[in-house]
Design a binder for this molecule. Structure first.
Ligand code: GLA
Length: 657
């Protein structure tokens, strides 16, 4: 071997040794990299309880209905079963590397073609900028799973969103299968949506007299008149009234005004309430004519709490508590029995009778009236009520006359077993009977918004009509219904109201078992503020006797309730629809505007601004009052802005100086 060849072979050996070394180093580094990247956390391990789900509760390794996760026939072991509108926020530390999942609509909803969702993966970076990482596009039922695999490099928060694609969330059972995050740093953590402890904003009423409630009241000539002067302040209190029309008398110690006015017309009455600390005055305009229910009805309904288990005693307890807890002093009036009071019809006369839980419907009405309150009940335009009791089909006139004979002041008429009927025709039968009844009966149409009742409800005699399906005590239900009222304001006015369903505050449960409404305190302020702005009927859905201080504060804020009861009867419009926030405004009789600044984000506080010009108020300097706190906030030039809690509201009134 010559020198050169030896050199080559030495070089070659050195080279091979180097290559082996390099390969080893490469292998080692691949190994260590893959070991670092091998940290994996599965979405189902992070906990389904942190998911915001538009319906039901998210489930780990199961569909929302509790079945094995299945998309287009393929069963997946792991993942999260959710429902649109859905959201899951995860905190990363900038060192997570990858998110992957297989997404789709669960097979359990087969046959319900309405289902359609979009899965969206977005994230926030170190500069607090949100970027969309991936969108599935619209996914329909039966479609195979779509794979998402995105890099999370440098990101701080990951949002897994399920949108209902704007067509409603019915049947949108959305599965995140085999969903996992790979990471190198701190283990990703789920973020809880923001929730404060209950806090009371409403100032307690003073001991001096203050007259509250509606400033206008409608009655038909010849109908029994009943109005309780709502007044806060320490008792004993003496009431008087100047200019009462002929036929009415006032009980000076209770403030109950009763009697019958024969002559149609407008009567301006000056009410006075007096106690040892002072005197309060307030004008009440009594309109005697065709129209009743000139401000949205305020009261209680048994359904959201007692459901079908409601008894005569439940009704009496809520009525009694309306007085004892003082809610009557703010204008709360109606005590309404929902489904499940009906018994069988009299076989001879066909007259409806109550079931064993309600021994005497007339005696119950007399009792409620004796408290200075009014009473309502429920029936259905079909052969059966929703809960299967006797409905009013074929007995429309007869039933209305029976209710009038018993002394009922309000009837809600449901739409179960009525498919195939023309609601206009079906409801007109009741409306016509109500016109002929010898007493005033508020007519509540409850056909869940079918066939746009806002377009014909008033013409068939309706005083209010449900615009949507049933509410439940979740943010997604309440906010979808409440903010979904946009565009309906032109149909509302004195005597005819859009009804976005009853209130879900306090203890609710639709059956004998109750639980505190599953809305955060801020969400409850939003609920009441929005319903007041919407000039919506306010029907409390919890047992009044169980109301705590927080709920009491929600229901007894005179300045907030004044927005609802304003005599002009306007419903608020959505003025601004921003990214995660909305501004709604309602014109008030005095020319001021009641304005709600709503933060729709579940996690973050937001500064929300309203320009006076957008409200039609010109660009000048205006006085702004915080209605929940009952405090002037000062004068503002051209605009007002405030920080609003997640899912919360700032409710203001903007007045000229
Ligand atoms: C329907 C109505 C509810 C309630 C129930 C009673 O669902 O929309 O408000 O009256 O029926 O069964």
């Amino acid at each position: 071997m010559n020198k050169r060849r030896r050199a080559i072979s030495t070089d070659f050996r050195a080279l091979s040794a180097l290559s082996v070394l390099l390969i080893l180093v490469a292998l080692a580094s691949t190994y260590s990299c893959s070991r670092q990247a091998a940290n994996v956390v599965w979405l189902d391990e992070l906990g389904p309880e942190y998911a915001i789900s538009g319906w039901g509760e998210a489930q780990a390794n199961k569909s929302i209905d509790g079945n094995p996760l299945t998309i287009a026939g393929q069963v997946y072991e792991r993942g999260l079963g959710t429902h649109a509108e859905g959201m899951y926020r995860i905190k990363l530390d900038g060192k997570a590397t990858q998110f992957s999942a297989l997404v789709g609509i669960d097979d359990e909803i087969k046959g319900n073609e309405r289902a359609s969702v979009e899965f969206i993966v977005s994230a926030r970076d170190k500069n607090n900028i949100t970027q969309t990482l991936w969108k599935s596009g619209i996914i329909k039922a039966g479609q195979p799973a779509k794979e998402v695999n995105v890099s999370l490099d440098g990101l701080l928060y990951l949002d897994l969103i399920v949108s209902d694609t704007g067509d409603g969330s019915g049947y949108d059972h959305a599965d995140w299968c085999e969903a996992k995050i790979e990471y190198r740093g701190t283990k990703p953590e789920p973020v809880k949506p923001y929730a404060s402890q209950p806090y009371v904003l409403t100032p307690l009423p003073g001991p001096e007299p203050r007259i509250n409630g509606a400033k206008v009241f409608g009655v038909r000539p010849g109908s029994p008149f009943m109005f309780t002067i709502p007044a806060t302040g320490s008792r004993p209190m003496t009431f008087s009234a100047e200019g009462l029309p002929a036929g009415l008398k006032l009980d000076s110690s209770t403030g109950h005004i009763t009697g019958v006015i024969v002559k149609a017309g407008t009567y301006n009455v000056k009410l006075t309430a007096k106690n040892s600390l002072g005197t309060a005055e307030r004008n009440l305009r009594i309109e005697v004519g065709d129209k009743i229910c000139l401000t949205p009805p305020m009261g209680w309904n048994s359904w959201n709490c007692w459901g079908c288990s409601v008894t005569d005693e439940n009704v009496r307890q809520s009525a009694r508590a309306m007085v004892e807890k003082g809610l009557i002093n703010y204008g709360w009036t109606y005590i309404n029995i929902d489904d499940c009071w009906h018994g069988e019809r009299d076989p001879k006369t066909g007259e409806i009778r109550s079931n064993e839980k309600f021994s005497d419907m007339k005696a119950l009405a007399d009792y409620v009236h004796s408290l200075g309150l009014k009473i309502g009940l429920y029936t259905d335009c079909g052969p059966k009520t929703c809960a299967g009791y006797a409905g009013s089909e074929g007995h429309e006139e007869q039933d209305i006359m029976t209710y009038a004979k018993w002394g009922y002041d309000y009837v809600k008429i449901d739409w179960c077993y009525c498919e195939g009927k023309d609601p206009k025709v079906a409801y007109k039968l009741f409306g016509d009977a109500i016109k002929r009844a010898p007493r005033d009966i508020v007519f509540s149409i409850c056909n869940w918004g079918r066939n746009n009742p806002w377009e014909w409800g008033e013409s068939v005699g309706g005083n209010l009509w449900r615009t949507t399906g049933d509410i439940t005590d979740t943010w997604s239900s309440m906010s979808r219904i409440g903010f979904g009222q946009a565009g309906l304001s032109k149909y509302a006015g004195p005597g005819h109201w859009n009804d976005p369903d009853m209130l879900v505050v306090g203890n609710v449960g639709w059956g004998p078992e109750l639980h505190p409404a599953r809305l955060t305190p801020d969400e409850q302020y939003t609920h009441i503020s929005l319903w007041c702005l919407l000039a919506a009927p306010l029907l409390i859905g919890c047992p009044i006797e169980q109301i705590d201080d927080f709920t009491m504060g929600l229901l007894t804020n005179v300045e907030v309730l004044e927005v609802n009861q304003d005599p002009l009867g306007r419903q608020a419009d959505r003025i601004v629809e921003g990214e995660g926030y909305q501004v709604w405004a309602k014109e008030m009789e005095d020319g001021s505007k009641a304005v709600g600044l709503f933060n729709l984000d579940a996690y973050d506080h937001k500064t929300i601004r309203v320009d006076f010009e957008a409200l039609g108020l010109g660009g000048g300097s205006l006085r702004v009052r915080d209605l929940w706190r009952q405090k002037d906030l000062g004068t503002f030039d051209g605009h007002f802005e405030a920080e609003v809690a997640p899912h919360g509201v700032i409710l203001i009134r903007i007045l000229s100086q």
